[in-house]
Design a protein around this ligand. Structure first.
Ligand SMILES: Nc1ncnc2c1ncn2[C@@H]1O[C@H](COP(=O)(O)OP(=O)(O)O)[C@@H](O)[C@H]1O
Ligand SMILES: N[C@@H](CC(=O)OP(=O)(O)O)C(=O)O
Length: 436
């Protein structure tokens, strides 16, 4: 059994939904995981922000605009009166549900319920579209099996048991459809796996049923060696290891959610990135196999804050770094990059929600300097110590860019540098020369 995940761009228009029907049939037996149609989750986020503010007038306007866009899509997608009516009823029921929250106190619980509507609509529309075209499929409600625990981590045992039970209900069926992104939490409430989380849903489902392959279908022909949003002439990579893909995804390669790598890596399930617009292309295969190449790919992550702690007390002392790291642990703030000297330590974070408290605590140990609006550029390649010269290639390519931090040696396949966000695009373009 394969898992096929289609992102918002792949279900973004009625034409694209029609195109999916052909793709999924050729991959049976499979579980199809769908995101909300492109733009929907953003629109729902805006609606929830207005509902929190109690701005009823503007909430209703935004809800109306979104509903109208769905009515047009339904009119375009379905051809028979029967399915046209089913489609319109579906949209009406979801939007009545959303309007229910206007004029009332809005809570986090309700926010999650509103955000879930996008995936619930896209999967139901696709299911109806298949039925209208006499293609058998079963809708598996993700809220019946996808679950996170009290720490927000996937409850693997629950997911496995409940998903298997759902599938076994109709053993003769070969095509299943379910929602990405949405889940229940430990208290049984509707929740989600965070933005972009449909990839994660697909890999959790793949791990739960020991799938043969997890396919992530999007609007590009695979994992590119540089960010195509900022650099021209990037190229698709044919093979990546799980570790390389995780590194690139974590450091900004938007094509894949970083959390989606681990469940497949642990269960040795290959992940293939495919292009909905060109289904015959092989795409990128991510597996446990490592294909060595000097410089394979680069990615960049914005919104990074650098924190430098300078202290004479660090000199010849032990336990100093532990005290510093403890501060970040107390405030539940992950650290990405670290560099140290005998009198200072620099590190980076991307979650600044507790920065003020962290800064105040760190001041007890020395002088603290904060630099906001930084970008981490992650360069993935073959950086084992015997392969001399790879780091030189990277640094030479970046010789015109001021570098705030350099991290080398943490793993054999990664070098990371920290640059001012303003220099990110130039840095990515400079590094692209390494691939020509
Ligand atoms: N290294 C990369 N390789 C491929 N695509 C990338 C990379 N970095 C960023 N992207 C962007 O990721 C986009 C696909 O991700 P996303 O928009 O989230 O798709 P979906 O809606 O299918 O989930 C591509 O269109 C591309 O612009
Ligand atoms: N719809 C959700 C989940 C998701 O993964 O979407 P996409 O596959 O389009 O990135 C979001 O926008 O966050």
């Amino acid at each position: 059994m394969k898992i096929l995940k289609f992102g918002g761009t792949s279900v973004g228009t009625p034409e694209r939904i029609q195109n999916l029907a052909q793709i999924v049939q050729s991959e049976e037996p499979c579980i199809v995981v769908l995101s909300a149609m492109a733009g929907t989750t953003n629109a729902l986020v805006e609606i929830t922000e207005l509902l929190y503010k109690g701005d009823n007038e503007n909430s209703l306007i935004k809800i109306e605009v979104l509903e109208q866009s769905y009515i047009s899509r339904v009119n375009e997608l379905f051809t028979s009166d029967e399915y046209l009516n089913k489609g319109l009823e579906l949209i009406s029921s979801h939007f009545i549900y959303i309007r229910n929250f206007v004029h009332k106190t809005f809570t986090q619980l309700q926010e999650k319920a509103v955000l879930a509507q996008g995936e619930l609509i896209s999967t139901a529309m696709f299911h109806y579209h298949l039925s209208e075209n006499n293609i058998d499929s079963v809708l598996l409600p993700a809220l019946n099996f996808m679950r996170i625990d009290k720490d927000g981590e996937p409850d693997s045992y629950y997911i496995q048991e409940n998903l298997k039970r759902e599938i076994c209900r109709t053993p003769q069926d070969k095509l299943f459809i379910t929602q990405g992104y949405i889940c229940r939490n430990a208290y049984g409430e509707v929740d989600n796996l965070h933005r972009g989380g449909s990839d994660y849903s697909a890999s959790l489902i793949g791990a739960a049923i020991s799938a043969d392959e997890v396919q992530i279908w999007t609007d590009i022909d695979g994992f590119h060696n540089n960010d195509p949003r900022f650099v021209e002439q990037t190229q698709a990579i044919s093979e990546l290891s799980f570790d390389e893909a995780a590194e690139l995804a974590y450091f900004g390669a938007k094509i894949m959610h970083p959390a989606s790598v681990l469940p497949c890596k642990l269960n040795n399930i290959p992940v293939r990135l495919k292009n909905t617009l060109s289904p015959c292309d092989v795409g990128t295969l991510i597996s446990n196999k490592l294909e060595r190449k000097r410089i394979k790919a680069v990615a960049a992550k914005d919104g990074i804050t650098a924190v430098k702690i300078k202290s004479g007390r660090m000199l010849l002392a032990y336990g100093f770094l532990r005290k510093i790291f403890e501060v970040f642990e107390i405030y539940k703030t992950p650290i990405d990059m670290i560099t140290t000297s005998e009198v200072a330590v620099s590190l980076t974070i991307d979650d600044t929600s507790r920065l003020e408290e962290i800064e105040n605590e760190l001041k007890k140990f020395g002088t603290v300097e904060i630099d906001k609006n930084q970008s981490i550029i992650c360069i993935v390649g073959d950086f084992i110590s015997e392969a001399a010269g790879s780091a030189k290639l990277v640094l030479e390519a970046l010789d015109k860019i001021p570098l705030r931090m350099i991290s080398y040696g943490g793993s054999s396949h990664n070098i990371s540098v920290l640059v001012d966000q303003e220099n990110k695009v130039e840095a990515l373009k400079s590094l692209n020369k390494l691939f020509s």
